[in-house]
Design a protein around this ligand. Sequence first.
Ligand code: WTA
Length: 648
Amino acid sequence: MTDTAHAQDCYPVGGDWTDARVDAAAYERLYAAAARDPDTFWLDQAKRLDWTSPPTVAGDWSFDADDFRITWFADGTLNVAANCLDRHLAERGDTVAIIWEPDDPADAPRTFTYRELHAEVCRFANVLTAQGVAKGDRVTIYLPMIPEAAFALLACARLGAIHSVVFGGFSPDAIAGRIEDCGSTLVITADEGRRGGKRIPLKANVDAAAAKAPGLAKVIVVKSTGGDVTMTPRDVWYHDEAAKVSAACPAEPMAAEDPLFILYTSGSTGKPKGVLHTSAGYLLWASYTHELAFDYRPGNVFWCAADIGWVTGHTYVLYGPLANGATTLMYEGLPNWPDASRLWQIVDRHRVHTLFTAPTALRALMKEGDAFVTATDRSSLKLLGSVGEPINPEAWRWYYEVAGDARCPIIDTWWQTETGGAMIAPIPGATALKPGSATRPFPGVFPRLVDDKGTTLDGAATGNLVITQSWPGQMRTVWGDHDRFVQTYFTTYPGTYFTGDGCRRDADGYYWITGRVDDVINVSGHRMGTAEVESALVAHAAVAEAAVVGMPHDIKGQGIYAYVTLNSGVATTDDLRAELVTWVRQEIGPIATPDKLQFAPALPKTRSGKIMRRILRKIAEGDTASLGDTSTLADPAVVEDLVANRVG
Ligand code: WTA
């Protein structure tokens, strides 16, 4: 597509935003102010938080490997939970903080005012203290989308304990790995989760994980479904312990740079890494971006449909909205259960103002037809958000025209676990929209495009996306492996933060993310490292070698295509194929399930033994006519076999 084609596609800001806080001129002013004098800009922004001791310094950072450091507001102290709860009590104690919508629409929703949430969090924090949790301890949380998940995260924040949330879809092995990596001795889980009418055996998964995580000493179990679980001497019921403690608990004053949480995410190599975020900078970024991207005003019901197990759930279900005193909706279930109108029914039921979801969900709903949407009212909707992967223009238009009745801007937010919150996104009332573009960077975000050699590309160009200056919400380290942090993000294009994404910038300065340029696959908006899936495959006794690549997928965005070489003498049967697919599911979790698995007598390698993934990607995509130069392969005949036996 040419830039002219995109320009024809330019939408106005969408809807009536005459009273927008930030209009186009204000955006330019803010952007220039953050560039000109970042210290003043960020110390001013810091006033949006409630400090026990306000900071006198803003960012102190260097991306040079020799002099590497990142701190923000280093001499300030605050407590994140107090910012999300206590400071709202005087003015908004009786405002609803959380609306909880259960999986089954026949069950009653629950609401918690700020005062009620404050009491629940204090109680949870007292239970944690009674179980021996103290400031700096790591607490692993493996919970479904129930209100207790919000209580648990905020309770950790209140005590200064570092939470590490593990998505409820991960396997016992994955849980064990994360428990061991961060050295947590306590896990908070529930008897079972509920999604789309099905039960997920969370407690049983933790029991299985415990066998592989010797450091695990204590499990707090929330009774959610009432399903049968086996309690061991390690386990306590949350409700038993909560009955023994008070609902008053002081908030621990934390240094700005004290850790708030660890969240594991996949990279191009090795095991998932523990992305570490600290207290003040992260919370500031959550609050700032929630307000900017969604023009948040008191009374708006804000619904981010992400699971708390991902960064989107951390920042936009919990921390951003609560820091801003918002009413946040938490949904336990799936977008398409009991049927494809569920999202819109929830919008109507709770008069949702902003809906923030992922392209994969939209594509799945789109395919079911418009009637599921048009049968609902949706007149409360004013804004629609998108996150997690590039939104294809077709899904964008459907979201805009059908779901939003052509009156709600689409806020396509580009960001990453590492960035803490949105970085490139339209601001309602300020930014004209282009379907498929995350548009322009927020004030304080300085993107650059570079070619593979690191040369800066100016104007309209396509290249690798780097960020040249630190921002408060930036991750600070990889838990337990600071070298890996510096190596992964700051050495590819020295002096800049490398995002791992490819990107095009058009003549209007709009950014179009093209997807990962490393060995990370984006499956339904969730990151999966090809190396992780490969190591799960080779852990199977029948497998000698495996290579995994992404392939286009209608609903998921990208699917997983695995090439597997078996040990000699092992027969390539359909049963074994099915067994290997199940094996990966069990090793990592359902999100890692290979969509296609091809038995390969050998993999295409260079003479130095490097697997040529470029060729494997092309074959997986079905683009076998343009495999490019295969002359550097050790054995070009390997490719013919792969093409002939491609799984279509
Ligand atoms: C991709 C999720 C295009 C991107 C918040 C990034 C996107 C990775 C968008 C991070 C978007 C996320 N447009 N691509 N709006 N949002 N991505 O860490 O490749 O789970 O690097 O964070 O998702 O995924 P993560």
